[in-house]
Design a protein around this ligand. Structure first.
Ligand SMILES: Nc1nc2c(ncn2[C@@H]2O[C@H](COP(=O)(O)OP(=O)(O)OP(=O)(O)O)[C@@H](O)[C@H]2O)c(=O)[nH]1
Length: 347
């Protein structure tokens, strides 16, 4: 059962959403006026579906730079006279450079859940998402009036379990993309830190989690290596290129031998147990397992990376272009032939 406090807060939020959507009508209207003063848009030049919606779900482990990327993306969109609708879905997030247009904390927060239900931070987060799934009108009420000019940006929490272990996100994605309902053309941007390439174990673990998210969500997907400014001085451009398309050779010539060292530690721990005669065999098994995983990643070519440096406008622009391609944003904005009836009245 849901604590009463959440339900009360939810009702208050619904009222706020009604206000928000009417505010956004105003904002929408002023955006359209702005566009019309410079580039008149005839109804025939509108997108294929009047109320198509476009969105990107920004995901990845804790601290990889999701919120920073969302901020840069919003700023970039605004500079290019495009509209963003920022949705914070991290029920523990505190500080924002751009205030969210919709914030899950107005529905439920991890802090309240932990206090009222005596759950830990991870259990609290899972509860928040289950609660969100049970109250999806919190999202649909806020999004339904948005038009195709908007890019809806979902800023997700960093707990990796959400993308790999439990099906709450796939439920949310299905709801957003369902045709006939919100019908959001959604793509996922999975972020990992570029500094992971200095530690092959982290890099492959990150790649696996990206792959897992791709398979779980089943929407167009881009993978991004963030904080490129941190790696610039540590690695030559040519050397870094190898990490954009992961392959098995990256395991074989690991200068720091991080994976082998970790395997040795695992084997050593098990060797302490005199009854464990298979410890060395386990080391070989780990090695084969690693090779098999690397082969899997390589042979299916599922994971490729784009580079992102949030301090560089060009870099943010390049990522936005990929997102636009994934969701076919520009196709919807392109001119289309006027309906045939419009010619019928002509002399
Ligand atoms: N140098 C550098 N630092 C960055 C960049 N992007 C983010 N950071 C820093 O990385 C830290 C984490 O960034 P956030 O944007 O909060 O990361 P997050 O993934 O949203 O974090 P969680 O919400 O806690 O999962 C902050 O200190 C940022 O300033 C970048 O492109 N370059």
């Amino acid at each position: 059962m849901c604590p009463v406090k959440f339900r009360q807060r939810y009702i208050a939020t619904l009222a706020a959403c009604v206000k928000l959507s009417s505010d956004h009508h105003l904002h929408l209207h002023s955006t359209s006026i702005l566009q019309h003063t410079t580039t008149p848009i005839s109804p025939a030049f509108r997108g294929t579906s009047i109320m198509s919606k476009y969105g990107v779900m920004v995901m990845g482990p804790a601290g990889v730079g999701k919120s920073t990327f969302c901020t840069s993306l919003i700023t970039h969109l605004q500079l290019n006279r495009r509209s963003a609708f920022y949705v914070n879905l991290d029920p523990a997030a505190e500080h924002f450079e751009h205030q969210p247009d919709l914030d899950i904390k107005d529905l439920i927060s991890v802090e309240d859940v932990m206090e009222e239900l005596q759950l830990g931070p991870n259990g609290g987060l899972v509860y928040c998402f289950e609660y969100l799934l049970a109250n999806l009108d919190f999202i649909s009420d806020a999004l339904e009036s948005l038009t195709e000019e908007y890019l809806i940006i979902f800023d997700m929490p960093g707990q990796i379990e959400l993308y790999t272990h439990i099906p709450v996100l796939s439920g949310l994605v299905k709801f957003l993309t369902q045709s006939g309902a919100l019908d959001v053309r959604l793509c996922a941007a999975y972020l990992i830190e570029s500094t992971f390439v200095l530690d092959r174990a982290k890099y492959f673990a990150g790649t696996l989690s990206a792959m897992s998210a791709m398979m779980m969500l089943e929407v167009p997907h881009i993978n991004v290596l963030t904080k490129m400014d941190l790696i610039k001085d540590q690695m030559r451009k040519k050397d870094f290129k190898r990490f954009l398309v992961p392959d098995t050779t990256l395991l074989e010539d690991d200068p720091a031998e991080t994976i082998r060292k970790r395997m040795t530690v695992a084997v050593d721990v098990r060797s302490d147990d005199p009854g464990n005669k298979d410890a060395l065999m386990s080391g070989a098994t780990f090695q084969r397992l690693n090779a098999a995983i690397a082969n899997l990643i390589e042979s299916y070519s599922l994971v490729n990376y784009l580079k992102l440096d949030c301090t560089d406008e060009e870099s943010v622009h390049a990522i936005l272009s990929h997102i636009d391609d994934c969701i076919q944003y520009h196709e919807a904005q392109e001119p289309r032939d006027p309906p045939e009836e419009e010619f019928d009245d002509e002399p």
